[in-house]
Design a protein around this ligand. Structure first.
Ligand code: KIV
Length: 272
C-alpha cells in the first residue's frame, strides 16, 4: 500500500528535513490532535505531524483559531506525542502566547516544550515577531515559520481569500521568508498564496517550504480531518479528499443503531 514506505524508522529531525530538501525529496505533513489519530498518521509514514491550532475549529467547533488556549494546546500536543514515534511533532503556539513580547513568548514556548514533549513550535508572522522567534531559537527550541494566510490574523485580514496577490505584499512575504531563514527557522509554512510566489520562496530558501493552498512546494500540509473527508462542509479548491469518512462513519453508526434497536447486537458470540 502506497504511503507505508517507512523502512527507515529513525526519528525525523529538523536536519533530516533540510537534507530532504537538498536531495529534492518532498515532505508530507498532516495535522493530528489526539493519540489515536497521531498513531495512525505516524505509522503511515508521515514526516511531520502538526498539532495545529486548527484544533480550535476541528476539535472544539470554534469559528476561528483565536479562542484556543495554551492549556488546551498542551493537552492536544501531549496526546499526540504519546502516539507519534517517528514523525517530527510540531506544536502551534496559540494566539496571544507570543505576540506581547519576546520574554513572554520564550516563557510560553518553554512551557509548551516541557509539558508536551513536542519537537518544535510553529509561530505565525514575519519581521513583526522576529525578536520573539530569535529569543525562542536562542532557548534551543526549533521554530517553523508560517506566512501568507495566517489564521490568527483573520480579524485584520477580514477574509480567508488568497494572500499576497499584490506586488507589495508578495515582496514583503519574500523578505519575511528570508528573515525567518536567516534567524534560524528550520522550515516555513506558506498558506494560500499564488503558485508563482510559492515557487519563488522555495527557490530563495535552503530550508523546506511546506505549502497549503499555495501550489507545488518542498512539501505539503493538510488538516487530517479535511483530507479524510470527515468535514463535509469545508471544500476549498486546494483540498484533495482521500476518503469519505463522513459517509463511512455515518453508515457504520446508522447500522449500529439499527442492530441495537432490533436486538441483533449483541449476538451469541458477543456476550460472556
Ligand atoms: O493550524 C493548522 O492546522 C495550520 C495548518 C493549516 C498549516 O496551521
Amino acid at each position: 500500500m502506497a504511503g507505508y514506505l517507512v523502512e527507515d524508522t529513525r526519528k525525523i529531525t529538523t536536519n533530516r528535513l533540510i537534507e530532504m530538501k537538498k536531495q529534492g525529496k518532498k515532505i508530507a505533513m498532516l495535522t493530528s490532535y489526539d493519540y489515536t489519530m497521531a498513531q495512525i498518521v505516524d505509522q503511515a509514514g508521515i514526516e511531520i505531524i502538526l498539532v495545529g491550532d486548527s484544533a480550535s475549529n476541528v476539535m472544539a467547533g470554534n469559528e476561528t483559531t483565536l479562542p484556543i488556549t495554551i492549556e488546551q494546546m498542551i493537552y492536544h500536543a501531549r496526546s499526540v506525542t504519546r502516539g507519534a514515534k517517528r514523525a517530527l511533532v510540531v506544536c502551534d503556539m496559540p494566539f496571544g502566547t507570543y505576540q506581547v513580547n519576546p520574554v513572554e513568548g520564550v516563557k510560553n514556548a518553554i512551557r509548551i516544550m516541557q509539558e508536551t514533549g513536542a519537537d518544535a513550535l510553529k509561530l505565525e508572522g514575519g519581521v513583526e515577531i522576529l525578536d520573539t522567534i530569535k529569543a525562542i531559537l536562542n532557548a534551543g527550541i526549533p521554530v517553523m515559520g508560517h506566512l501568507g494566510l495566517t489564521p490568527q490574523s483573520i480579524n485584520k485580514f477580514g477574509t480567508y481569500a488568497v494572500r499576497a496577490k499584490e506586488e507589495a505584499e508578495a515582496q514583503k512575504l519574500l523578505s519575511d521568508a528570508k528573515a525567518l531563514e536567516e534567524a534560524g527557522c528550520f522550515s516555513l509554512v506558506v498558506e494560500k498564496i499564488p503558485t508563482a510566489l510559492t515557487e519563488k520562496v522555495c527557490n530563495s530558501l535552503h530550508i523546506p517550504v511546506i505549502g497549503i493552498g499555495g501550489g507545488p512546494a518542498d512539501g505539503q500540509v493538510l488538516v487530517v480531518h479535511d483530507m479524510l473527508g470527515m468535514n463535509k462542509g469545508f471544500a476549498p479548491k486546494f483540498l484533495r479528499r482521500y476518503a469519505d469518512l463522513h459517509t463511512i462513519m455515518t453508515d457504520a453508526i446508522g447500522q449500529y443503531i439499527m442492530d441495537v434497536k432490533e436486538g441483533d447486537f449483541p449476538n451469541e458470540e458477543e456476550r460472556y
